[in-house]
Unconditional design. Sequence first.
Length: 163
Amino acid sequence: MDRTYNVLFLCTGNSARSIMAEALLNHIGRGRFRGYSAGSFPTGKVNPFALELLDAGKLPHEGARSKSWDEYARRGAPQMDFILTVCDNAAGEVCPVWPGKPVTAHWGVPDPAAVEGSDEEKRKAFRSAAATLRRRIELFTSLPLEKLDAMAVKSRLQDIGRK
């Protein structure tokens, strides 16, 4: 139980969903899990509505930045145990080769950053995405990972991505 699992959340822009997932996992995982996030084509900035939501939830996010997934495929990067795509685009892209053969799964979440309309409509979309991510992360962190083999974990992660 002393083990800390590294989890990389991927989406295309790394500006909203993956940033929120990283912060949520770091909070919910309570040291047992360490969340990271990255994108295949990072926007270079974190969406202000994502930061507002994290602030409102008192979720630490210092150092949050939009960055390329290449940072985690390089030598010396933290080795990932799990890689979870949170957008359909990133799930269909050719990913780097990840050291250590992490367990991968897709957890598609509608992109709140793509919502057009009033600021309140945008906030509602961000709250909905965060609620979906929170539910999935809570299910994930409750898994008895030490008792499951890689195939069982992958199956459970895929099931969680459909909830």
